[in-house]
Design a protein around this ligand. Structure first.
Ligand code: KIV
Ligand code: NA
Length: 277
């Protein structure tokens, strides 16, 4: 596949072509994103839940993220690679934000970063983009703030709250974001924001009027045992297939059907006789 760059993405956006984004958390899931021809691969901090089993995403550390970023980058060679800044790695100020953003490029082999928040984050975003690191914004439902949001709930349902999201989107654009992720909001809000901006929006639970879509890979493949959000379409139920395969293996070991001859190394007859002597 052809390497995806920022100019390529800008071109898609100008031609009104939806931009495809999917998360990955390790080498095989990165390879799936590569082989399916997805344009942006996001190493989302949701991996703290779907790959590491944390209750929520806030325990996820920079070190954990970098470890997973490196693995994804080995598999996803063509997609544009974005690393998700975890909770606590950028909120303390522009210097910390830049320092950790640089780590995602140097140690994580990413090409850009994503961070959550609106107007309050623009100083940090300005700092990061000023040295040539592409930043994707993230507003609406921001999972790192789920505690103060009262859980994973749709955002921007009143005119006043929708206006606040719109203001945040404009502030993020102004501070240099190359794209903005819009999560869990009514379609008219996301569509109106998309029309107002001159950078692409990537939607998740934000309807069909955004410039692109993103899903969490484990959710859309059906390999996560917990809550599947309303906005996630499950394109497969892989957990069923995987568990059936492992149960078959278990039964064949118990019944000595596995390993069969074709899974077994033979030994030369003469050598075997010498061995038995
Ligand atoms: O961490 C994540 O997977 C995200 C989703 C919104 C795509 O940020
Ligand atoms: Na995230």
């Amino acid at each position: 596949n052809k390497k995806i760059t920022i100019p390529y993405l800008q071109n898609r956006y100008k031609n009104n072509e939806p931009i495809t984004v999917l998360t990955a958390s390790d080498y095989p899931s990165g390879l799936f994103v590569e082989k399916a021809g997805i344009e942006i691969c996001l190493v989302g901090d949701s991996l703290g839940m779907v790959a590491l089993g944390h209750e929520n995403i806030n325990p996820t550390t920079v070190e954990e993220m970098l470890h997973h970023c490196r693995a994804v980058a080995r598999g996803a060679k063509s997609p544009f690679l974005i690393g998700d800044m975890p909770f606590g790695s950028y909120e303390t100020g522009p210097t910390d934000a830049l320092k950790n953003a640089i780590r995602f490029l140097k140690e994580g082999n990413m090409e850009g970063i994503k961070l959550e928040g609106g107007a309050e984050m623009t100083d940090s975003i300005r700092k990061i983009t000023s040295v040539g690191i592409p930043v994707m914004g993230h507003i609406g439902l921001t999972p790192q703030r789920q505690s103060s949001l009262g859980g994973y709930r749709v955002q921007g349902k009143t005119a006043q709250k929708a206006l606040k999201i719109m203001e945040d989107a404009l502030a993020l654009q102004e501070s240099g974001c190359f794209a903005i992720l819009l999560e869990a909001m009514p379609e008219p809000v996301a569509t109106t924001i998309t029309k107002k901006l001159n950078i692409p929006t990537i939607g998740i639970g934000a309807g069909n009027g955004t410039s692109g879509q993103v899903l969490v890979q484990q959710d859309m493949l059906g390999i996560f045992d917990r809550f599947v959000p309303k906005f996630c379409k499950q394109y497969a139920n892989l957990d069923k297939i995987i568990i059936e395969a492992i149960e078959n293996y278990r039964d064949e070991v118990k019944s000595r059907v596995f390993p069969a001859d074709e899974n077994t190394y033979p030994m030369d007859e003469k050598e075997l006789n010498n061995f038995f002597e």
